[in-house]
Design a protein around this ligand. Structure first.
Ligand SMILES: [Cu+2]
Length: 356
């Protein structure tokens, strides 16, 4: 079903895009007329570059929020502005056709905030999780490094036996015990779930090496990359909301957040800074897929406009994207080309991409 509907929308999208493509992009070469910043894999950054990034993240956590405080009493910092907007839109930007486009804009906005409000000079790093499988390698990922990374797991905590879900292979669940946010009890201000009242919490991780290896390895990544059109690509990235049929998206969220960790909470997952490294790599995977047939895939968008609802129309290039007060509202069209450098939208690239 995904495939047939997406073909229809691809035809319409192609027509629409022909007349309104952002001007700075040269259609003959596919190259942009400005210089996009280059995103690199976390482990390839120098120790100084890693430290600069983490200090910018800490900095944005101290800048006062733009979101009106009342009744959103938990929105204290600029960092919280983004967590809040993610909470508010959780049901409209996941398991939809514009899921990847919205998150592309969301992480690009974060990158811009780090650069313009906290003096960060680099680009948003990504986490190529394929480098951290099989399972025996996982906890040694440089992303979890206690000194030069984001810290690792929390101590094991039993989950609620009557709880909503149990991530297979989970090993932690408590407050992170090392890294930049260890020992702090007010890193996360919102949640759990959709709560927007001030609720100071530590950063929790509940690593599952088993889950990560199962859904973040090269097998799953190559399977995703081989999909024939955006409808299929998007569906395979997301998988099903079932631990037996996850995709790379869930692989990162539950591989890091498990049952009790911040990354495993669909609403407040951006409260773990690893979120943006994971989503940058999902975005890199989308860009890798787009580059396999760039002219067609710069305008290929489909998938349900409403949460998993295949009966009420598709996301299109005109679907609006908002990330709250941190950036102007755009449409899916504005973010289809990461190197676009238009008046609005995004402007960056990746040092390398996945290939088939
Ligand atoms: Cu999300």
């Amino acid at each position: 079903m995904v495939q047939t509907t997406s073909k229809k929308w691809l035809a319409i999208a192609t027509l629409l895009a022909g007349s309104t493509m952002a001007k700075p992009v040269s259609s003959s070469t596919g190259k942009s007329s400005c210089t996009p910043i280059v995103r690199k894999e976390w482990r390839t950054l120098s120790t100084q570059e890693k430290a600069d990034y983490i200090s910018a993240v800490k900095c944005i956590m101290t800048k006062p929020a733009l979101t009106p405080a009342f009744p959103n009493t938990g929105v204290i910092s600029r960092y919280d502005d983004l967590v809040y907007t993610h909470i508010q839109q959780t049901n409209s930007v996941h398991f939809v056709g514009h899921f990847l486009a919205w998150h592309r804009y969301f992480t690009a906005t974060y990158e811009k905030m780090l650069r313009s409000e906290c003096g960060y000079q680099g680009a948003q790093p990504y986490w190529d999780w394929t480098l951290d499988t099989p399972a025996s390698n996982y906890v040694n990922s440089p992303v979890f490094d206690p000194v030069t990374g984001f810290g690792g797991n929390g101590p094991f905590e039993a989950s609620d036996p009557n709880g909503f879900f149990e991530v297979p292979g989970r090993t932690g669940g408590g407050c992170v015990s090392d890294g930049p946010w260890a020992g702090l009890s007010d890193v996360v201000h919102l949640g759990p779930g959709p709560n927007i009242e001030y609720n100071p919490q530590c950063l929790r991780r509940d690593l599952s090496p088993y889950f990560a290896a199962r859904y973040l390895g090269m097998n799953q990544t190559a399977l995703t990359l081989s999909q024939p059109d955006f409808g299929w690509f998007n569906a395979v990235v997301d998988g099903k909301p079932d631990f037996e049929a996850s995709g790379v998206h869930g692989g990162g969220h539950y591989g890091v957040g498990g049952t009790l960790g911040t990354m495993g909470d669909l609403f407040i997952s951006p409260a773990d800074p690893i979120f943006h490294l994971h989503h940058a790599n999902l975005d890199r995977l989308w860009w890798s897929w787009q580059k396999l047939d760039l002219s067609a895939r710069l305008v290929d968008i489909s998938g349900p406009a409403l949460l998993m609802d295949y009966s009420q129309g598709n996301s299109t290039l005109d679907t609006p994207l908002s990330v709250g007060p941190s950036a102007v509202d755009v449409t899916v069209r504005d973010v289809m080309n990461i190197e676009g450098c238009g008046a609005v939208g995004v402007c960056y690239t990746y040092d390398n991409v996945y290939t088939l």
